[in-house]
Design a protein around this ligand. Structure first.
Ligand code: ZN
Length: 258
């Protein structure tokens, strides 16, 4: 009896379905970084096309609001219409809460230069910012947001509860992707990202990228930030990473995990 497994077309389709994922994202999309975001899009598109996610900050540091009807809002809508996934990425991207737990305080200070906005928020304040930010972005794009990523990937308990109550479909931190709506874990493994705040951090992020891009995880995540585009070594490392990843992976959307 002929088996479908032996059919070249079927096995080609099965191989492409089984191929591990590459998920690529641009962080801190805001009018403040419009030039850098354009640079990052030009860098990524030859590799992943529009198969990427944008992490959008409604009002970066409180002085860079996305305003409905503005040229930037029109661009955001255009990106969403081209199939780029749109994630809410905090509201102000700045950590203005007073952390009561010492370890949280340390984490916020050392890991993020105080940009862990959602680390110290109460559940009600986190819920307010999620609701407001979501409404603003959805009004602009005309589509539901694809998910939420906390600034610096740092979530406090209040943030976790608020995300679950808001039934956000997808969230991620440094080590995993999960669905707050269903409680399911969707992927595991560190995200490849670059740091440019200091030379030692830049150097170690280049080494980490060169190592992690060869790890055979089912889902490989790559996240770039606006300042990355100003560093030639980072740009080259991003290109090498995408090239290496795409030898065995296909560029995928976060929603394919759900
Ligand atoms: Zn960010």
């Amino acid at each position: 009896m002929g088996s479908a497994i032996g059919d070249p077309l079927v096995s080609m389709v099965m191989t492409s379905l089984a191929r591990p994922f590459l998920l690529t994202s641009i962080h801190d999309v805001s009018p403040r970084f419009e030039t850098e975001v354009d640079g990052l899009l030009a860098l990524l598109e030859p590799y992943v096309g529009k198969r990427l996610a944008m992490l959008v900050v409604p009002n970066h540091w409180g002085d860079s609001p996305i305003i409905a009807g503005s040229p930037f809002a029109a661009r955001l809508r255009g990106w969403a219409e081209h199939g780029i996934e749109i994630f809410l990425h905090g509201y102000f991207h700045r950590d203005d809460a007073r952390h009561t737990i010492a370890s949280d305080r340390l984490r916020a200070r050392f890991m993020t230069a105080s940009e862990g906005e959602f680390l110290g928020l109460s559940q009600s304040e986190a819920a307010n910012r999620i609701t407001e930010g979501r409404k603003l972005i959805e009004d602009v794009t005309g589509q539901p947001i694809d998910g939420f990523v906390a600034p610096a990937w740092l979530y406090g308990e209040g943030a976790m509860d608020a995300l679950r109550d808001a039934a956000i479909p997808i969230a991620e931190d440094h080590f995993r992707v999960w669905s707050p709506a269903s409680g399911r874990r969707l992927a595991q493994g560190p995200v490849i990202t670059w740091a440019s705040r200091s030379r030692p951090r830049l150097a170690s992020s280049l080494i980490a990228a060169a190592t992690l891009r060869h790890v055979p995880m089912p889902v490989l995540r790559v996240g770039v930030h606006p300042p990355d585009i100003r560093h030639h070594a980072i740009v080259r490392s991003v290109e090498h990473t995408l090239k290496a990843a795409l030898r065995s992976r296909r560029a995928a959307a976060y929603k394919e995990l759900n």
